[in-house]
Design a protein around this ligand. Sequence first.
Ligand code: FES
Ligand code: FES
Length: 219
Amino acid sequence: MDQTHDINRTRRDVLITGALSATAAVLPAAGQAQALADAGAAGVSTPVPVTSKVALRVNGQRVELDVDTRTTLLDLLREHMHLTGTKKGCDQGQCGACTVIADGRRINSCLSLAVMHEGADVTTIEGLGQPGKLHPMQAAFIKHDGYQCGYCTPGQICSAVAVLDEVRRGIPSHASADLSVRPLLSAAEIRERMSGNICRCGAYSNIVDAITEVAEGKA
Ligand code: FES
Ligand code: FES
């Protein structure tokens, strides 16, 4: 076999496939069809989406969906289930707007594939409380003005709820002075533990007040 030809063809295939994926997002349907036909004529096999069933519980409700295996948990919640309370900020794990609680742990749902959560128990902001029956953390955020535009707020609240759980279970943070004793929820602890949740409006001090009030059992 002519290995040089083989290598060139492989590189050419990769370039064509890359160009196709780059244009797929902007081409109208007819354009995509033409591009796929061109690829076929060039002998290039185009990637076919692989779908898989995923079954999980979201806010106490069992759901089973057939999704592209590349679907993130965030997109499953927002695009497939229309639970738009969970926000997409950076879509790359830097802002915390997409924070949800999965099996008791807070995660950035934009960084996690939906198929990784088979059988999981996921709680979003919609599952924490409802109008007229708010979760204490939601009520405290309102009372202390822990938001302005509100875009980061669902992620902040899910994170804050998980922070209280982490402290209750004695899990230390980078700000904990002594790793062998149960951490006290000081302002420094709250700020450290909430540091993955960015608020562009800068509502940080009010968020700390809200979390402190719930932690002290006053909310
Ligand atoms: Fe997930 Fe920013 S949208 S961390
Ligand atoms: Fe606007 Fe936090 S309230 S980004």
